[in-house]
Design a protein around this ligand. Structure first.
Ligand SMILES: *Cc1c(COP(=O)(O)O)cnc(C)c1O
Length: 440
């Protein structure tokens, strides 16, 4: 399957250049492997499938906020984890049903909570103040929404601090090990018979599987104590979050969803014995390997003896990679003018983006076949987060995204996922239609 991923990608990169999806007017585009996305969704379902256990897989919309992608995942049986009014609107536009939608966010306004409770989508409260708002809303208008509480098991960080949500001082959820916290949680459930879920998400990328499982274990143990205190199965669903890490160094998919599900089965057998429904919220692991950024090399130059390829893919599409390169390295393929992989002798070179600041490099001192003007580069494993975290530096447009189906004979079908942002849109979004500010 992983070889096939690279073969399909190779066909798609070449076809995208041949068909002019990338050219002078569109010097950078995103590509998504439709077959790969479907296969990844199938692998996720298979990993967690357990007789007698209702499992709802939601996709973390922030990882690919693209309506056709959400709709494809919806057809594959997934729902949506949303964390803002915009993400909820995207999920609804994609036709994701309310019963497969979960709202998580650390800063939900009363208006957002009211909308979620009216729609009947699941809500995970982040903190006591938010729970009090939900109390008031439910008292005024009964809701069918499942409601949970997000807890932070404070089990520690992974290798990327900014991605670790279960540290002692994380901003997310109720910090379980703080003095009095667990007593408060037990009381909160005792006072609210409708509070029927428990949520935890230990982090994204860089969190080892064992630590993820330890976070789920802490939530499971707490649910057992809450239900024992209630004398009934008050908590019916455990939402175990997402966070499966992705290997950005090769085409290998590891760890797999099956690795993680098997570890959870071994460490927490009660999770799968039918007493709880499960919700997952994976993002990166569903999409990363199924996407690539394809960009033209505009110029090839040299400075201080270092060859530099100046391309159209920089911080505007690869923001984290450019600003925090140690945490987010990506593989770069050197492609020729026709979009075929170059096979020249590797030469250490920088691969730069189009932004006007010196650090705008997606690879530094990287050994690649020497890039020349008119060549192309592909940034691999960029299907998650890279198309949804556009950085509007230099008013560079959000690039178009195309889905592809690559057939064994090398032919490729493309389907539009998102049009490139136009200059007229950039002007309009920048106040272009508004009157000039008056001198005072
Ligand atoms: C970001 C996020 C996810 C998805 O994380 P991935 O690492 O992309 O799987 C899931 N749940 C919550 C609450 C999140 O904030």
């Amino acid at each position: 399957m992983t070889d096939e991923l690279g073969i399909r990608r190779g066909h798609a990169l070449r076809a995208a250049v041949e068909r002019g999806l990338v050219d002078e007017h569109a010097p950078v585009v995103g590509l998504l492997d439709i077959t790969g996305i479907q296969q990844t969704a199938t692998a996720l379902h298979a990993a967690f499938a357990t007789p007698g256990v209702e499992v709802t897989h939601t996709f973390a919309v922030k990882a690919a906020s693209l309506v056709p992608v959400l709709a494809l995942l919806g057809e594959c049986g997934l729902g949506a984890e949303v964390a803002s009014p915009g993400e909820l609107a995207l999920a609804r536009a994609a036709g994701i049903p309310a019963e497969r939608t979960v709202l998580d966010s650390p800063a939900k306004t009363t208006a957002e909570l009211r909308e979620a409770l009216t729609l009947g989508i699941a809500v995970n409260a982040d903190n006591p103040q938010e729970l009090a708002r939900i109390d008031a809303l439910i008292a005024g208008a009964p809701s069918t929404s499942p409601v949970g509480l997000r807890v932070n098991p404070q089990i520690g960080a992974g290798s990327i601090g900014a991605m670790s949500t279960a540290t002692a001082t994380s901003k997310f959820g109720v910090a379980l090990r703080d003095p009095g916290a667990e007593e408060w949680v037990l009381r909160a459930y005792a006072q609210r018979p409708w509070l029927n879920r428990l949520h935890t998400h230990t982090g994204s990328q860089g969190v080892p599987l064992q630590l993820m499982a330890a976070g789920v274990r802490a939530a499971y143990d707490l649910a057992e104590r809450i239900n024992a205190a209630a004398g009934r199965r008050q908590i019916t669903v455990l939402d175990i979050g997402g966070g499966l890490p992705v290997d950005f160094a090769s085409d290998d998919v590891h760890p797999t969803f099956a690795d993680y599900a098997d570890l959870l089965r071994a460490e927490i057998p009660g999770l799968f014995d039918g007493r709880y429904g499960l919700v997952t919220e994976f993002g990166r692991s569903l999409l990363a390997k199924n996407g690539a950024v394809l960009a033209r090399v505009e110029y090839a130059k040299s400075a201080g003896g270092r060859p530099i390829a100046v391309t159209h893919a920089g911080a505007q599409v690869a923001t984290r990679t450019v600003f925090v390169p140690e945490a987010w390295p990506i593989r770069v393929l050197a492609l020729d003018a026709k979009g075929r992989e170059k096979d020249g002798e590797p030469v250490a070179q920088d691969v730069a983006g189009p932004c006007c600041f010196a650090g705008d490099l997606v690879a530094r001192d990287r050994a690649l076949p020497l890039l020349a003007a008119g060549d192309h580069v592909a940034l691999l494993d960029t299907g998650a987060y890279y198309f949804s975290n556009h950085f509007a530096y230099n008013s560079l447009p959000r690039p178009a995204v195309h889905g592809y189906t690559a057939h064994p004979d090398g032919s490729v079908d493309f389907a539009p996922v998102r049009a490139a942002q136009t200059e007229a849109e950039i002007v309009a979004e920048s106040g272009g239609g508004l009157p000039p500010l008056r001198r005072g």
